[in-house]
Design a protein around this ligand. Sequence first.
Ligand code: NAD
Length: 260
Amino acid sequence: MGLLEGKKALVFGVANDHSIAWGIAQALHEQGAMVGFSSIAELLNKRVRPLAESLDATFIEPCNVQNDDEVAAVFDKWKKQYGTLDILVHSLAFAGRDALSGQFVNTTRDQFQLALDISAYSLVALTRAALPVLQAGSSVLAMTYYASEKYVPNYNVMAVAKAALEACARYLAVDLGPQGIRVNCISAGPIRTLAAQGVADFKLMHKKFKEVAPLRRLITIEDVGNAAVWLASDLSSATTGEVLFVDGGVNLLALAAPDE
Ligand code: NAD
């Protein structure tokens, strides 16, 4: 029997089969969870629906997380269809390409507001809208990156957004803890996805990662999916407000080991 048998999950952020959200959806499904999907409308029919249907999904709804009405509509529909939600996955972020290169000091107010709204505030908006369907034992997951803590070239405003996202997760964890609802982040190493392509020189960093990571290998969406299964399952029943690193150990390095 799977670890998530009988649980219902709603995954935000599948863009294509390279998406971290897709790795998570597959892993949750493999462990017995019923998985629903929400992505921005433009992606839904062409990209998301075929993937979702391959996991027998019966809930595939559009949502731009900047739009409160669309957020409310998704959870109203979920409530009518399924009543409760055990696993909420937030796997989405956005910053304009022009904000993800060059010097951080040049970040404009508009670039800052857009990145923080979509990438951090949306966790608060989705979690609040989900409250009527979340219950004791429910788990909320968000995807973050180590640039929230340490300088990473070109992450710029997205680093700030990830710091905000992690802080949001901690405050939500305290708010919802008394109801038995857990809120955690997964901090994944670099993975070649659509979003990652927006960061200048991401390819170079990705290439270097394997050489310096203590585990000497790249991170896959399956690695993240497996960690998500643990955080979504009852096995992580006393863990909330945490950032779980799925990065081959890179976060523990002050300096990369010298070349052999
Ligand atoms: P991705 O491009 O596959 O997914 C990003 C998703 O965000 C897309 O589905 C996109 O449609 C969605 N999105 C953007 N704006 C939106 C909006 N206004 N409303 C609703 N959805 C919106 O890329 P990914 O790398 O799988 O990203 C998923 C998460 O993982 C992000 O939070 C990202 O920052 C995080 N992450 C990625 C990496 C990496 O190296 N790829 C590492 C650590 C964390």
